[in-house]
Each structure stands twice: as structure tokens, then as C-alpha cells.
Ligand binder design. Structure first.
Ligand code: PLP
Length: 232
């Protein structure tokens, strides 16, 4: 039997330990429970255990789960959209997620601008960066982001809050760490270029097999599914 409460406690204490290793305040790191492989019962259990941030990577599944929770009158939680977002799906996500982590092109950002303006809301976003430059991966190339930001900063219905990345899936933890370091460095260099006009406070990085490293390298949001819902 999976004990979500126990897994949550274990993950939280691992986050806290890694934060303390590098002198960070553990309160600055949010745990996002990724629910793409589980259903409503697990989500309800996780809410009962005190989790308040949930992540989904498919629009349709996410909206169904959100609606089911509403019917159940569960405690309201924050939803994070973390999967690739096709422009034709953008209209469905506006207003339904606290953050979209996966804005991976200027085109995607423009589509969010259009739909958010129609709905009269402002959407918090993170810009996804393909730090490891893998062919199959979505995200801005680090070198393209500075130019992309010029365009995106003009989109008034978007509130840029930070950067997101996924490390390569590998046992080479040195490579994983350099990927997270790369995102942190990009954050610093862009922040230096744009100054107070740009807020990049959040770094969304770290999943089940690498979140400890991500915390050491500056993550403010870790996105965890397997360790919470599947491992014991
Ligand atoms: C599935 C997923 C996660 C969680 O991965 P685990 O290895 O199960 O913790 C995190 N981020 C994204 C973008 C995902 O799609």
C-alpha cells in the first residue's frame, strides 16, 4: 500500500535537508504534487495530507480532475500546468491554473496573451528552457531567451515569474547538476540585463530522481509524481 502521507513527509524532509546543506531556507521551496498518473482518490488523499500545489501535464485530464474536485467541494488548491501547451488548447487553460510552467516559445506566449485578454485575466507563467539542448525537448534555447524576452515582456496579460527546466533523464548526476546550475546562471544573467522590469524569482526544476540536487542549485518549485504516489 502506498502511504501518501508518509511519502510526503519523507520528500519534505529530503527537501529540507538539501536546502540546509547549502544554507537555504526550506520554506522557499514549494512541492508540486504531479498527479498525471493518478486519479481523484489519490488527489483527495494528498489534499488531506496538507498538499496544496498540484501539477498536470495534459489539459483534458487536468480540467476533468479540477471539476471533479469542485463537485466534491474539496479544499481549494493551486494548479500548475507543466506539460507542453499547444496553442489551440490555450483557451482552455486560462483562468484554470495558478501558473503555466511550460511556456516554450514566443508563439505560445502570444496565444496566452490573446486568450487572457479575452478573459480579462492576467496569467502567471514560467519560461521553459531546454538547458541540456536535447533535440526532442521543448523549451527556449538558452541563447534565444534574451531575444524572446524582448517580445514577451510586451505582453501585458502575462506575468513572468521565472524559469523552468527538465534535466536529462540520466544516472549522470554531474550532468543533471550542471543543467540546474545552467538555469540558475541564466536567471542571474537575464535578471542583470533587465533589472527590476523582469521578475524571475521562481526556478521550477527537480523531479523524483533529482529534486535534492535541484534544491541545492536553487529550485523554488520541485515537481514530484513518482516519489509521492508510487514509491514507498
Ligand atoms: C511527470 C512530470 C514530473 C514528475 O515526474 P516524476 O519523475 O514522476 O516525479 C515533473 N515535471 C514534468 C514536466 C512532468 O511531466
Amino acid at each position: 500500500m502506498i502511504d501518501i502521507g508518509q511519502n510526503y513527509a519523507m520528500i519534505r524532509s529530503t527537501i529540507n535537508q538539501h536546502a540546509r546543506n547549502v544554507g537555504r531556507n526550506p520554506d522557499q521551496i514549494a512541492l508540486i504534487a504531479v498527479t498525471k498518473t493518478v486519479g481523484l482518490p489519490e488527489i483527495v488523499q494528498a489534499i488531506e495530507c496538507g498538499l496544496t500545489n498540484f501539477g498536470e501535464s495534459r489539459v483534458k485530464d487536468a480540467l476533468i480532475k479540477q471539476d471533479q474536485l469542485k463537485i466534491k467541494q474539496a479544499t481549494p488548491v493551486n494548479w500548475h500546468y507543466i506539460g507542453h501547451l499547444q496553442t489551440n488548447k490555450v483557451k482552455n487553460v486560462i483562468g484554470r491554473f495558478s501558473f503555466i510552467h511550460s511556456v516554450d516559445s514566443v508563439r505560445c506566449a502570444r496565444a496566452i496573451q490573446t486568450e487572457a485578454q479575452k478573459s480579462g485575466c492576467r496569467q502567471k507563467i514560467l519560461l521553459e528552457v531546454n538547458i541540456s539542448a536535447e533535440q526532442a525537448k521543448y523549451g527556449f534555447k538558452p541563447d534565444d531567451l534574451e531575444n524572446g524576452l524582448e517580445d514577451i515582456l510586451g505582453l501585458t496579460a502575462l506575468e513572468i515569474c521565472g524559469l523552468m527546466t527538465m534535466a536529462p533523464f540520466t544516472e549522470d548526476m554531474g550532468l543533471v547538476r550542471s543543467c540546474f546550475k545552467g538555469l540558475k546562471e541564466l536567471q542571474s544573467s537575464l535578471q542583470a540585463i533587465y533589472g527590476p522590469d523582469l521578475n524571475l524569482e521562481h526556478l521550477s526544476m527537480g523531479m523524483t530522481h533529482d529534486y535534492g540536487i535541484a534544491v541545492e542549485e536553487g529550485a523554488t518549485m520541485v515537481r514530484i509524481g513518482t516519489a509521492l504516489f508510487h514509491q514507498t
